[in-house]
Design a protein. Sequence first.
Length: 70
Amino acid sequence: MNRWLSERVENLDLLKDRAKLHDELLNEIEPALIDEILSRCQQNQAAAARILGMDPKTLRSKLTQAQADS
């Protein structure tokens, strides 16, 4: 994770650039996190959504979007 952050921040002009580091970070790690939690919950989306702290509809939407992107 530190390597990812270093690569993103290294060339930023902190006074001019509007980096979306938070969004980039979420896009980088969220799919793996969702997959891991779903696996540990035996694919139970309601349980996974509870653990992830999101509405089950949001989780389903993210899963649908991930399928469309792949």
